[in-house]
Design a protein around this ligand. Structure first.
Ligand SMILES: Cc1cc2nc3c(=O)[nH]c(=O)nc-3n(C[C@H](O)[C@H](O)[C@H](O)COP(=O)(O)OP(=O)(O)OC[C@H]3O[C@@H](n4cnc5c(N)ncnc54)[C@H](O)[C@@H]3O)c2cc1C
Length: 492
């Protein structure tokens, strides 16, 4: 195993800065402290570190030149898209370079006949649908952050969204990638035809959280806009009843385009802030179910889903048949994280997965945990695929509050893993959950992943200390992780 090299120079050394300026030009290199502040954190703002230097390349060739220079000088580097990640994946290394893709924001090719689009990684998720919707197409993965997050970040996190229940997460929509590896080599992964021989390196790269290299071009699959779409809101007295309705709908063989649940705390937060007036404030939970397909199929399914919800105790059912009402119903769901910011000075969003059948039980245990810990927890989540997003509300001005909240978050993830679920559904592991990886993976699993990382990133310079347990982020906790789980991880 190769040990991550100590930097041969500091990125703030004038000669080093000049070397980056020579490669990119002065307007693509940021070194003033006050300008660097912008890049201190991603969406997980509790973790902050100022990068030593920020560079803004605009082409694959420029990215490769930057990475080759980092390789020669043994400088660690971190890729950053829009910085909306919620697991600290784009948290900079204080002794390293932050490579920001904001200027790689061009849609390079629209190939509607083959239903493909080629984009640079800094293109915002929503721009892809905007570019093709006039021709009757859309890009399916739709994180709630879709108006601000980048395709490069989506690829690195294998992001999900409301429509991923039926259509799959980002990996199902990425056909090919141009990647600059950690040594600065440019490689093509995947291809534009459905099958290619050899290892699925495209699949390995998607979800690798910036630890294998930087995606500099992404070929995406686009889908035909369905003939009909309808959204239904079902209102339940309890979260358990809503959970049982989810199981009943999937059990009946219906796969909605999206199926989201919000609990009472989230409903009221959204109603307070967005003032939609369409979510019942006294509901224990609401389910938002979107059905799409041919007009006949949607009409049949909406009737069946309504019936199944009623059988599980739905108090009222509201059906949005036109685009305006539909978008109003979704608007609240998509604004929940923002609304949580109004409920409390700070919130910490967790992201875990449980098997659908365990939803009701795990939610009950989260409620008990909230009572025990004294921290309110709002729940809003992708119910169809069991992807929970508990929002733990706290005030960072209270001494010790963040440490408590981290513990509550860890406890929630433990519940998920014990229920047969996962440490992350879509936000990734990053700097936030790397210490918990041994809860889910055994030493051999982790070592196998490390070997993959080493093949692309032999010196450990690309996004160091993320994904695997590391002393930097696990602190004293690293000593509680059995050595066979952390040993080789320390090297990266
Ligand atoms: C309000 C809100 C709602 C959200 N809702 C969702 C949701 O519904 N579903 C969901 O999945 N996520 C959601 N997120 C999380 C976040 O938006 C996604 O993880 C998104 O994919 C991050 O994209 P980004 O461009 O901001 O990436 P960044 O935060 O900049 O980076 C994320 C990771 O990607 C790496 N990276 C960035 N660009 C590249 C590249 N070109 N090549 C290789 N690695 C790269 C970084 O190193 C880092 O590890 C939400 C976030 C917010 C703030």
């Amino acid at each position: 195993m190769t040990v991550a090299l100590a930097p041969k120079t500091s990125p703030t050394n004038p000669e080093t800065v000049q070397a980056f300026v020579t490669l990119l030009g002065p307007d693509k290199v940021i070194r003033r402290k006050e300008e660097l502040l912008t890049y201190e954190c991603d969406g997980l703002a509790a973790y902050r570190e100022r990068p030593a230097l920020v560079v803004l390349p605009s082409t694959t060739t420029e990215v490769a030149a930057v990475v080759q220079l980092c390789d020669r000088l043994a400088l660690p580097w971190v890729a950053r898209g829009a910085g909306t990640g919620l697991s600290g994946g784009a948290l900079p290394d204080g002794n390293g370079v932050l490579i920001v893709t904001a200027r790689m924001n061009r849609i390079l090719k629209l190939d509607l006949d083959n239903q493909q689009v080629v984009v640079q990684p800094g293109v915002i998720n929503n721009w892809v649908t905007q570019a093709v919707s006039g021709a009757g197409f859309y890009y399916a993965p739709d994180p709630s952050s879709q108006i601000i997050c980048s395709i490069g970040g989506n690829v690195a996190e294998n992001s999900g969204g409301v429509h991923c229940l039926k259509y799959g997460v980002t990996t199902n929509h990425v056909l090919a990638l141009t990647v600059v590896t950690a040594e600065g080599k440019v490689v093509e992964l995947g291809g534009t035809v459905p099958e290619s021989p050899g290892y699925d390196l495209r699949g390995i790269f998607v979800g690798s959280e910036g630890t294998l290299g930087i995606a500099t071009e992404v070929t995406l699959k686009i889908l035909k806009t369905p003939e009909a779409i309808q959204v239904l809101l079902a209102d339940f007295a309890t979260i358990e009843a809503a959970g049982q309705a989810v199981t009943a709908i999937i059990g009946a063989g219906i796969i909605p385009a999206g199926m989201e649940m919000m609990d009472n705390l989230s409903i009221n937060a959204v109603e307070d802030v967005v003032a939609l007036g369409c979510y019942p404030r006294d509901a224990g939970a609401i389910l938002l179910v979107e059905l799409d397909g041919s007009a006949v199929e949607v009409t049949t399914n909406i009737a069946q889903v309504s019936q199944l919800c009623r059988e599980q105790g739905a108090r009222t059912i509201t059906i949005a048949e036109d685009a305006e009402t539909r978008s109003k119903l979704w608007q609240g769901r998509k604004a929940t994280f923002a609304a949580a910011g109004q409920m409390s000075p700070n919130y910490f969003v967790q992201d875990g997965v449980v098997p659908r059948t365990q939803l009701a039980r795990v939610l009950r245990e989260i409620e008990e945990l909230s009572d025990r810990s004294g921290y309110q927890i709002a729940n809003v989540f992708h119910a169809g695929d069991g992807n929970l997003h508990p929002l733990i509300l706290y005030d960072e001005a209270v001494p010790g509050a963040f440490a408590d909240v981290e513990q509550v978050g860890e406890e929630i993830l433990r519940l998920c893993v014990e229920a047969g679920g996962s440490l992350s559904g879509e936000h990734g592991i990053g700097a936030d959950k790397n210490c918990y990886m041994p809860q889910m993976f055994n030493p051999t699993d982790l070592e196998t992943m490390q070997r993959v990382r080493q093949a692309f990133n032999p010196k450990g310079l690309a996004n160091p200390n993320k994904l695997f347990p590391s002393p930097k982020f696990c602190g004293d906790r690293i000593n509680q992780i059995p050595p066979e789980h952390r040993g080789k991880a320390d090297l990266f």
